[in-house]
Write a protein that binds this ligand. Structure first.
Ligand code: COA
Length: 282
């Protein structure tokens, strides 16, 4: 496996995928590490995340990516502890004084699209604030797990702006028009329980269990054929991009093409022989 990019603001730990098939795969866990600023996305974090995406996409041993935020540091004596945070948004201090042309340059090549465009499964593990650009990181991932104390929101309206990392579109697709518009216009936060109730997250998990539950899900995804997983993701994504009838055809094309793959042959044979499939990834 190639070396992941190194950065102080994005810690990358590669956990061997126990049932990886083909063997040797890893679950790559990325921790956004600016806890004193509630893991806000400054230029350095954005660059590190983009490099990590390029690396993960190019290295076959990376099977699943987990993105999370660093827990708070011990506070200095006499100071209150900082709250837990996934990512409390884009770094607002970097907005000051920017013109529309300057901000467009940054947002035209933005981190949320890098994450969204990963062809491997991505999981956001959320314990704390997921606000603004942080909620958009979560929305750019395929799955979201969160603790009850987590808080989701798009508070950009309170800064005189709107979400710019795909939040309006992805929230609308995930929650429907009514709820998305309410979140975007009100800027109000919702807790983990409510996020679970409305389908903003996939799983609500206690803070002591979320690490294990996330890895259990990641390990399961890492045990599938990496090729078939990519195709599955592309097929479901087709529903977001195309009219229903075109999506049905796109799915059929992808489904039929799988019948020319080694992994389809292996999977079907393994089932019929009551064996565990050993994928080739092709
Ligand atoms: N950008 C830059 N810095 C941020 C930040 C952001 N999005 N969110 C939090 N921080 C910083 C604070 O400035 C503070 O820094 P300091 O200790 O050096 O002063 C530190 O993180 C802790 O935040 P603080 O506001 O003191 O914590 P809190 O518990 O009182 O409030 C929040 C927590 C999340 C409610 C509050 O920080 C907040 O509203 N953040 C901005 C959320 C937002 O609008 N995000 C969308 C951006 S587009």
């Amino acid at each position: 496996m190639s070396a992941p990019p190194e950065s102080d603001v994005l810690l990358i730990e590669n956990v061997p995928a126990s049932a990886a098939s083909p063997a040797g795969g890893v679950v790559s866990v990325w921790t956004i590490n600016r806890p004193d600023k509630l893991n806000a996305l400054n230029a350095e974090v954005n660059t590190a995340l983009k490099s990590a995406c390029d690396w993960a996409e190019s290295d076959d041993s990376v099977r699943v990516i987990v993105i999370t935020g660093a827990p708070p540091n011990e506070p200095p004596e006499g100071k209150r502890p900082k709250p837990n945070s996934f990512v409390a948004g884009a770094d607002i201090s970097e907005f000051e004084g920017k013109s529309s042309a300057e901000i467009r340059e940054i947002f035209d090549d933005n981190v949320w699209e890098y994450i969204w465009n990963l062809t491997k499964p991505t999981i956001a593990m959320i314990d704390g604030f997921a606000l603004g650009g942080g909620s958009e990181i979560a929305l750019s991932c395929d799955l979201r797990l969160a603790t009850p104390r987590s808080k989701f929101g798009t508070p950009e309206i309170n800064l005189g702006i709107i979400p710019g990392g795909g939040g309006t579109q992805r929230l609308c697709r995930l929650l429907g028009y009514g709820r998305a518009l309410e979140m975007v216009m009100s800027g109000e936060m919702i807790g983990g329980e409510e996020a679970n109730r409305i389908g903003l997250i996939n799983h609500l998990v206690g803070e002591d269990e979320i690490g294990d539950k996330t890895m259990e899900i990641a390990q399961n995804l890492a045990s599938k054929s990496p090729h078939t997983i990519r195709v599955a993701k592309a097929a479901v994504r087709a529903a977001l991009e195309q009219p229903f009838s075109a999506g049905i055809l796109a799915e059929r094309d992808l489904f039929c093409a799988l019948f020319d793959t080694a992994d389809m042959e292996i999977g079907v044979k393994a089932f019929l022989n009551r064996e565990t499939a050993e994928w080739t990834g092709a």
